[in-house]
Structure formats: structure tokens, C-alpha cells
Design a protein around this ligand. Structure first.
Ligand SMILES: Cc1ncc(COP(=O)(O)O)c(C=O)c1O
Length: 425
């Protein structure tokens, strides 16, 4: 289904044209939706052969592609989208789309664990998105997998933990910048260290927050898998749930395992969702750049307000901060998530801020992030309420912590609303 295959084109051009050829569908400039659940076989022999190739891809003859069978295994809208997604991630060999970010994470982790001998351990970032923490700490623990959480933003501490795990390391899972504090982890420093200790381990990076501004495969050759909640910046309009996993070019066999698990547990994104996301990612780059420009202005305003104790935002980092050097090394832009600590440390004050700032319905009080509408939330009682109190304390998520996701509103309007709120409470 491809057009735009010319290697000299830039990713922004390719994402508009790659994956779909209008000549194959009555000249339509955008792809059609194939909402059907099943596909007709031309003969019983062809049906049997389709199943054989789907479950034993190594038996396919050269150039023989897997025919479509049933939409839980694969469908054209997933294929078109996956072709486009590979364009965004330099170094990626293949992509898989999922019905949520969590299903992209869970399916990929299960696929990796299933390839490893039993008893391998997982080391993962703290802080991290609350759902990912729950999956590692609670859900996987039922099946005997030991998961250790550490502040991966502290390289020395993380290396000590990795030393103690040694060859037993199965997965190093890094989220950077971390949700919600934007703590930065040194992807290459940690990924390379992990691979030296345990060459068979898999390094995974959740790149949801930085998107187009950070390319983990480029940053480190030791990264194997990148995951995204496409519910966030990739789709950008708060209109769908979706997730993505990408594997490094050299690790295509890992994608076969991930897609087999996706088929088995049924976590592929539905055709209409893929179609929506395929069209939304055409403006992914331009949206992220526009949101980051607005967020920078808002963050710099917040940093000067006397009622704000701390603003966590990449372009406010100073050279004395270790995150400054990581940011310079691996990111090309700051993104549009801003996390602040209000000076008044009480939960009541934070709630008053949230209720007041969202009163005009321009900055809305809601979880999630990355959409064109600005959002604000209270991590300690909302997105990170399921994280243990001890881990929240270590991650410096307090009652005074507020997370903003800046959208595409005029930044003067956003600053005026935040200023009025801070002045009034
Ligand atoms: C960094 C990060 N990763 C993964 C997820 C999970 O994504 P989803 O809600 O699409 O399952 C989230 C959700 O907020 C997130 O912030």
C-alpha cells in the first residue's frame, strides 16, 4: 500500500504520503477505513496457507507476504499506520499499534519476558506513569517477576542497582522525562551499562513525553524498544486511546514476538482508531512544536511568580543541574509539560488553585496530556495516587505539585488565566 518510499524525503514529508497509494483506492487522497473483522479466502488452500504464514512466518517464500485473515491479527489500517510511524523514529525497523499505551507496554514486556529464561528481573524508573508502576509492581508480581524501581535520573544509584542485579537483568525500562516531575535519565549511559552487565537484556524507553524532540534509537544503540501512549501527543486531540511499540532495525525478530502476543491477547488497535491516528500524526510535528513554544512562555512566566516555589521545565534548567546536561545531550526541544510546586505546601491550597484555574474551561481540570487543549491535574491524588507514598516522596511528588499540559491556545490567554488564579488565592 505504499507511496512516498523515496529515501531522500524527510520524515515530515514521508509521514504524509508513505503507507498508502491513492491509486489503489479510487484516487482518494486519504486512506479508506476497513472496519471489517474478517477476510474472504479465494480457496481453502489459500486459507490454510494464510494461517501457515501468519503463525510460522519463517515458512514464507521470498516476497510472499502474509494475507489478511482476521482483524485481531492484522488489518490494512494498522499496516498503513505502522508504515508511517516508522518514519518518525530514526533507527526503527518496525512498528506495532495497540489499543492503548498500557497495552503497548504490557504486550511488549510480556513478549520480551517470554523470550527470556524464567526468573529474570526488571529495573524501571521512579517516577514513572502510575499505571506502568502498577503493572510492574503489582500485576507482574503475581506471576513471580521481580521488579525493582529506582530513580533512573540518578545514574550512580541506578548503576549500583544494576550491579546488584547483574546477569539476572531481563528488562531495563526507562521513562524520560518522567511523568510527572520531568526528571531526566541518561538513556545511553544507562542502556550501555545494562547491556555490558547483561548482554541479553532488553532496554525499553517510554518516549511519550518528548515525542519528536527525543529519538532514543539515535541517542543510544543499546535501546531495543520504544513505546508510546499515542493517546497523548501523537493523536493530540483527546479523541482516542492508542499505543505504539517500535523496535530497532536490527531487532525485527522482537517485533514478530510482540505481534504474536498482540494477536494472542487481542491488543491491536481497531481499524477506525488506526485511521484516526494515521490522520492525526500528519500534524504531530507541527503540533508538538507549537505546543512547546507556548509552554516555554508559560513556564518562564511561572518561574517568576512569587507564589510558585519550583518550576520543572527543561529550558529553565541551569548548568549546575545534572538534568541540564542530559537534556542538551539527548533532546532537541523542551516539550509542553510543565510541573510546578506551589509555595503553599497544603493540599487544600493546591485544590483551590486547580478549581480556580479551570473555572473558565480554557485550562481544563483533567488527567491525560499532549492534546491541543491545555489541561491541569494533581499527580499526588490523581495520576500517581496508586504509587506508594514512599515512592512518591522519593520522586518529590508532593501535595503542592501541579502538572500542566500546554495545548495550542494563545499563550497570553493561558498566562492571564494562571496569573489571575495565583493572584486571587
Ligand atoms: C508516560 C506514559 N506512558 C504510558 C501511559 C499509558 O497510556 P494509555 O493511557 O494510553 O494507556 C501514560 C498515560 O498517561 C503515560 O503518561
Amino acid at each position: 500500500m505504499s507511496s512516498g518510499n523515496n529515501k531522500n524525503l524527510s520524515p515530515e514529508t514521508k509521514v504524509l504520503h508513505q503507507g498508502f497509494d491513492p491509486n489503489l483506492s479510487v484516487g482518494s487522497i486519504i486512506s479508506p477505513i476497513y472496519p471489517n473483522s474478517t477476510y474472504v479466502f479465494p480457496s481453502a488452500k489459500a486459507g490454510a496457507r494464510a494461517f501457515e504464514i501468519a503463525f510460522f512466518p519463517e515458512r514464507a517464500t521470498q516476497g510472499e507476504s502474509a494475507p489478511l485473515i482476521y482483524s485481531r491479527l492484522n488489518h490494512p489500517n494498522a499496516e498503513i499506520l505502522e508504515d508511517k510511524l516508522v518514519q518518525f523514529e530514526p533507527g526503527a525497523g518496525a512498528a506495532a499499534v495497540f489499543c492503548t499505551g498500557m497495552s503497548a507496554i504490557a504486550t511488549s514486556v510480556l513478549a520480551v519476558l517470554a523470550l527470556l529464561p524464567r526468573g529474570k528481573k526488571i529495573v524501571y524508573s521512579n517516577p514513572i506513569y502510575g499505571g506502568t508502576d502498577f503493572f510492574f509492581k503489582q500485576s507482574l508480581a503475581h506471576f513471580g517477576h521481580e521488579s525493582i524501581t529506582v530513580e533512573t535520573c540518578n545514574s550512580e544509584k541506578t548503576k549500583k542497582v544494576l550491579d546488584s542485579v547483574g546477569e539476572q537483568l531481563g528488562i531495563l525500562f526507562i521513562e524520560t522525562p518522567a511523568n510527572p516531575t520531568l526528571a531526566m535519565s541518561d538513556i545511553d549511559g544507562l542502556a550501555s551499562y545494562a547491556k555490558k552487565l547483561a548482554p541479553d537484556c532488553t532496554v525499553m524507553v517510554d518516549n511519550t513525553f518528548m515525542g519528536i524532540f527525543q529519538h532514543p534509537f539515535k541517542v543510544s544503540t543499546a535501546v531495543d524498544v520504544i513505546v508510546y501512549s499515542a493517546t497523548k501527543f501523537m493523536s493530540g486531540h483527546a479523541h482516542l486511546l492508542s499505543g505504539v511499540a517500535l523496535v530497532r532495525g536490527e531487532r525485527k525478530e522482537l517485533m514478530t514476538a510482540i505481534k504474536t502476543w498482540r494477536t494472542t491477547i487481542g491488543t491491536i488497535a481497531a481499524p477506525n482508531v488506526c485511521w484516526e491516528l494515521e490522520n492525526a500524526i500528519k500534524t504531530y510535528t507541527i503540533r508538538m512544536r507549537g505546543q512547546a513554544a507556548r509552554a516555554q512562555r508559560v513556564a518562564h512566566f511561572l518561574s517568576k511568580h512569587p507564589k510558585v516555589a519550583l518550576v520543572r521545565y527543561p529550558t529553565l534548567l541551569t548548568e549546575s543541574d545534572p538534568d541540564f546536561h542530559i537534556y542538551k545531550k539527548q533532546c532537541s526541544g523542551p516539550g509542553s509539560i510543565i510541573t510546578v510546586d506551589l509555595k503553599n505546601p497544603t493540599r487544600e491550597h493546591a485544590f483551590q488553585f486547580l478549581d480556580t484555574v479551570s473555572r473558565e474551561n480554557i485550562i481544563s481540570l483533567a488527567v491525560s496530556l499532549g492534546g491541543v487543549e491545555s489541561l491541569v491535574e494533581h499527580p499526588a491524588t490523581m495520576t500517581h495516587s496508586e504509587v506508594s507514598e514512599e515512592d512518591r516522596k522519593i520522586a518529590k511528588i508532593t501535595d503542592a505539585t501541579i502538572r500542566f499540559s500546554i495545548g495550542l491556545e494563545n499563550s497570553d490567554d493561558l498566562i492571564r488565566i494562571i496569573k489571575d488564579t495565583l493572584d486571587s488565592i
